[in-house]
Design a protein around this ligand. Structure first.
Ligand code: C2E
Ligand code: CA
Ligand code: CA
Ligand code: CA
Length: 274
């Protein structure tokens, strides 16, 4: 058995080593890209309905990779979470965003995303508030988007985070609503400020059953006193349906794609509805 074990180790060693150095290389690349400022915030407008004026921008992370070009969050967020770099990433992006927001009218807020693991670390919320404070960014202008997954991990910790944020005046939105197996009971228990309907449901507006579903979520939000944001709105027909149903906010390619700071500042300054 010993000999076999030894053989196994010899056989797998190079591969294991390669994987380790890959990881080390990736970690090194991510760390230095953070330092070099290659991890940048993009901003996508969320508009009020029916006016289509910008209510806030959602910060969406991008990696401006020197060789590979612009990378989306799915290409680096899971790894940065594994490597415990996601907190530094969030702090760095928030600092940049608080600076960028100085070029926007005060009426325009900023929404950021917190991963489920981050929501379950109540110390992070304090750190977030410190950054906003240090940047003289009013917490009332900030929305933190969280998903139901966070509540599944640890309801008590998620609650603590939500309370810290809301206690300071930050808005908390429930993101991707309608995708998971989130429980209605839990939703009714939590005090949140906004419900964001997931894009997959909005896309379903083009079908009869989908319209019923979206209607139901908007009514649910209304009865819980939570304004609803529809994400992934791509067509004028979808927007019209949402306006008729009294949906409060919308986001999607119809109104604007995620864009770099300079472009966000430009559309923020236009004033008119999108
Ligand atoms: P999300 O929070 O649900 O963000 C919305 C995603 O939908 C964004 O993808 C956005 O570009 C895309 N989107 C918006 N409107 C439309 C539309 O009309 N049509 C289509 N097809 N897509 C639309 P993105 O930027 O690739 O982000 C993916 C996810 O990565 C986000 O989903 C969010 O969960 C996560 N993420 C992004 N930035 C951060 C961050 O800084 N921190 C954390 N923790 N997560 C982030
Ligand atoms: Ca989001
Ligand atoms: Ca979402
Ligand atoms: Ca989504």
């Amino acid at each position: 058995a010993k000999a076999a074990g030894g053989a196994t180790v010899r056989r797998f060693m190079p591969e294991m080593l390669a994987r380790l150095t890959d990881r080390a290389a990736l970690e090194e690349a991510l760390r230095s890209s953070l330092l070099r400022g290659e991890l940048v915030p993009y901003y996508q407008p969320i508009v009020a309905l029916p006016s289509r004026t910008i209510a806030r921008f959602e910060l969406l992370a991008r990696w401006q990779h020197p060789q590979r070009g612009l990378l989306g969050p799915d290409q680096f967020l899971p790894v940065s979470e594994d490597l415990h770099l996601i907190d530094d990433l969030m702090f760095s992006l928030l600092r940049q965003a608080c600076r960028d927001a100085r070029d926007w009218p005060d009426s325009i807020g900023l929404a950021i995303n917190m991963s489920p693991r981050q929501v379950c670390d109540p110390a992070l919320a304090d750190h977030l508030l410190q950054i906003a404070f240090a940047s003289a960014f009013p917490p009332e202008r900030l929305t933190v988007e969280i998903t139901e997954d966070a509540m599944v991990h640890s309801l008590a910790d998620a609650r603590a985070t939500i309370e810290t944020l809301r206690g300071a005046g930050v808005h908390v939105a429930l993101d991707d609503f309608g995708t998971g197996y989130g429980s209605l009971a839990r939703l009714c228990e939590l005090t949140l400020d906004t419900l964001k309907i997931d894009r997959t449901l909005i896309q379903a507006i083009d079908r009869d059953a989908g319209r019923k579903l979206v209607n139901t979520v908007i009514d649910l939000g209304r009865s819980l006193g939570m304004p609803v944001t529809a994400e992934g709105v791509e067509t004028e027909q979808q927007a019209q349906f949402l306006i008729e149903r009294g949906c409060a906010y919308a986001q999607g390619f119809l109104f604007g794609r995620p864009a770099p700071a300079r472009e966000a500042a430009r559309i923020a300054g236009l004033g008119a509805g999108l």
